[in-house]
Design a protein around this ligand. Structure first.
Ligand SMILES: *Cc1c(COP(=O)(O)O)cnc(C)c1O
Length: 305
């Protein structure tokens, strides 16, 4: 592996959630929040950890342009645009669908960071990414394609580092709850902590979350036990907000003054609440909720209240 490229601010804080714990009927020190929304670069979020190893490879290869893809409100696309700016590279974001009337949330930040946007309509996103990279290469550029969601066996090593931070911050950690999108975050945590200490909450970002995480772990050469994935929080689909997530967003904001996002961390919090009603809620267990970021996406919505 190439040398570490530092893009974020490490380690991220770990905070107690005593009022949320009381509300959920657990002991005050049973619940903790890993603040990976405070990773620094580009308004923060989990993609900073995943981009560090990828962009070390990109710069070692002499890339002058990053190309990646995602939803219009992709946090990954926004943080990639910010990382490109930080490294003095250009950035093309290939986004699903058509441009909205107003650039809000992540799209506003993408534009501020100077990213070029390519909208695919209902076309094949991966094909457009390959086409953009090929065209730019022909034009004399050196593009580096960052995979969807920034997830690959290489980038998941960024979350092995997070697992190491957590072991140092909470030596008696029993469980980490994380949202699962493209899977790299969960894969890295499982590699670092073992499958029985990680609960992934599926967001519906990929058709088969377990297969995505398993594929990444296989690529990392990590043997692991049975994955724990909560598949019951997807609701009507990835980009929708259901009542369970709405109430999780309100609950965490009103007990702890912490804002979650509707797609990922709101689902993770709903999964945490459900898990505490089962064996994970027994006294004496220490449970960490991973705050993986996403606030700009929340601010682009008008269906959260
Ligand atoms: C991308 C993202 C996730 C999911 O991470 P993966 O590694 O893609 O599974 C979780 N939370 C937020 C806020 C994200 O932007």
């Amino acid at each position: 592996m190439t040398d570490r490229l530092l893009l974020g601010t490490w380690p991220t804080p770990l905070e107690p959630l005593p009022r949320l714990a009381a509300h959920l009927g657990t002991e005050p020190d049973a619940l903790l929040l890993k603040r990976d929304d405070l990773t620094g670069l580009g308004a923060g979020g989990n993609k900073v950890r995943k981009l560090e190893p990828l962009l070390a490879e990109a710069t070692a290869q002499g890339a002058d342009l990053l190309v990646t893809s995602g939803a219009a409100q992709s946090n990954h696309a926004r943080i990639t645009a910010a990382a490109a700016a930080r490294l003095g590279l250009d950035c093309v974001l290939v986004l699903w669908g058509d441009p909205p009337a107003e650039a809000r949330g992540n799209l506003l930040l993408d534009a501020l960071a100077g990213a070029e946007l390519v909208w695919v309509g209902d076309g094949d996103t991966e094909a457009v990414v390959a086409q953009v990279a090929a065209e730019r290469r022909t034009a004399g550029r050196s593009p580096y394609v960052v995979p969807y969601g920034g997830s690959s066996p290489l980038s998941a090593t960024g979350y092995v580092r997070c697992a190491e931070e957590l072991q140092a911050q909470v030596p008696d950690l029993d469980l980490v709850v994380t949202a699962v999108g493209s899977g790299g975050t969960m894969a890295g945590l499982v590699a670092g902590l073992g499958a029985d200490r990680v609960l992934g909450v599926d967001t519906g970002a990929v058709p088969d979350a377990a297969a995505a995480v398993e594929g990444l772990l296989a690529g990392m050469g990590v043997a692991h036990g049975a994955l724990r994935i909560d598949g019951d929080r997807v609701g009507d689909g990835y980009s929708t907000v259901g009542d369970e997530v709405r109430s999780a967003l309100r609950l965490v904001a009103r007990t702890e003054g912490v804002f979650l996002d509707p797609i990922y961390t709101g689902r993770a919090a709903a999964g945490l609440v459900a898990a505490l009603n089962g064996p994970d809620g027994v006294p004496g267990r220490r449970v960490v909720l991973l705050h993986s970021g996403g606030l700009p996406g929340l601010l682009a919505r008008d269906d959260v209240l």
